[in-house]
Ligand binder design. Structure first.
Ligand SMILES: [Zn+2]
Ligand SMILES: [Zn+2]
Length: 162
C-alpha cells in the first residue's frame, strides 16, 4: 500500500489500514521466503507524528551454516515507527511511503546472514565430513586434518566480522 502523507496530514483523524499480499522473495542466496504472505500495514497521526505500523508472519527456508541441511522457520515482523513531517519529507521526498518496500527492508535487516537449524547443531565433522547430528563418528579432534584446522581459523575469523 502507498501511504500519502499529504492526505494524512489533511485529515488528522484518519487511520489507514490495509492487508496486502507480499510476493515470495530471496533475502540472501540461502535464505528464501518461498511463499507469498500477508502484510498488515497501518498509518495514523498521533501528537504531530505520523506512525507507520507493519505486521506479518512469514516462512523462511534457509540452509544451516553448520550442517548444511535446509530447514524452515516461522518468522514474525512487527514494526512501528513515528516520524515527524520533516523526517518523512527527507526520507520520502515524493510524499509517499510504499509499505511493501518498507516491509522488505525490515525483513532483510532482521535476518541474520548465518543461520543454524538448532542452537546445539553439531555440524559436519571436519575430518570425515559426516553430519554429527546423525552419525557420531570416531574421528579424534587431535587427528584433525591440518587443512581443515586452518580453514576453521579462517571461518571463525569471518564469524567475528559478521
Ligand atoms: Zn545444522
Ligand atoms: Zn568424523
Amino acid at each position: 500500500m502507498k501511504i500519502d502523507f499529504a492526505l494524512l496530514l489533511k485529515n488528522k483523524s484518519l487511520k489507514i489500514q490495509r492487508t496486502e499480499w507480499m510476493p515470495a522473495f530471496e533475502i540472501y542466496d540461502d535464505v528464501v521466503i518461498s511463499k507469498p504472505f500477508e502484510l498488515t500495514a497501518c498509518a495514523y497521526i498521533e501528537q504531530d507524528k505520523i506512525y507507520v505500523e507493519l505486521a506479518a508472519v512469514y516462512i523462511t527456508t534457509m540452509t544451516c551454516s553448520r550442517c548444511l541441511i535446509e530447514f524452515t522457520t516461522k518468522q514474525t515482523l512487527r514494526f512501528k515507527e513515528g516520524y515527524t513531517p520533516d523526517q518523512l519529507e527527507e526520507q520520502y521526498p515524493q510524499g509517499v511511503l510504499d509499505t511493501a518496500e518498507l516491509a522488505r527492508e525490515q525483513i532483510i535487516l532482521k535476518t541474520p546472514i548465518k543461520n543454524v537449524c538448532k542452537d546445539d547443531c553439531l555440524g559436519l565433522c571436519p575430518v570425515c565430513g559426516k553430519d554429527k547430528n546423525i552419525h557420531a563418528c570416531d574421528c579424534e579432534t587431535e587427528k584433525k586434518n591440518p587443512y581443515f584446522e586452518k580453514l576453521e581459523v579462517l571461518l571463525s575469523d569471518t564469524d567475528k566480522e559478521v
